[in-house]
Write a protein that binds this ligand. Sequence first.
Ligand code: 5RP
Length: 237
Amino acid sequence: MKVNHDVVFEQKQKAASEAVKHVKDGFIVGLGSGSTAALAITALGERIKNEGLKIMGVPTSYQAFLLAVECGIPVTTLDEHPVIDVTIDGADQLTPELFLIKGGGAALAREKIVASSSKQNIIIGDEKKKVDFLGLNNQFVPIEVLPFALSPVNHQLFRLGGKTVVREGIRKLGPVITDNGNIVLDVVFGEIKDPVKLQLTIKMIPGVVEVGLFVGLTDIAYVGTSCGLEKIEKSRK
Ligand code: 5RP
């Protein structure tokens, strides 16, 4: 299928613009990673410049940190602010239940820590991110692994039925090294009928730092579509 990049960009932009309306004066904001989250960070920078919005951001990656600084968003840490008011982030796939696959930018561990520390989590994306089941279309699940444990974890994931690939750098030879000094395995499981169970099983493997399955963390998703914007809301209680 041919992808029209202008259309996808417009959909991401619509979702990002809506999400940043949730941010109020005095908020601590989790700043997600990836191209869609970057639009939200940029939009927050605009609100700071135009409205004098007073916020501080907790970046989920070095990418988000650099962009926040460029956009004039004061940055803080989880040590200073362990509770975040709202986090805005992207996703690789999302379902109507608001189950997610994340980690396309290898930031899954920090993204999940920040999401788990947030009172509200908003996910933004374009319509091709929305699926009935996670894992459709051969979407891989990113798994961050301690380098020491790479081979045994790889073996265990193979036994679980996963097809694993070590994520390689682009214009850098060898594996991608995460912001935490780890390696990412991209694992295709096919259709994931029970993401809760799969997440728990993988998390139990020694050496697994984090799994890119996000369940029960998201409150709202804004999905830009060809005719507007879809809002999906779930109660986490
Ligand atoms: C980074 C992520 C991203 O949010 C996810 O990969 C979506 O990225 P994009 O908005 O560029 O499609 O999880 O680790």
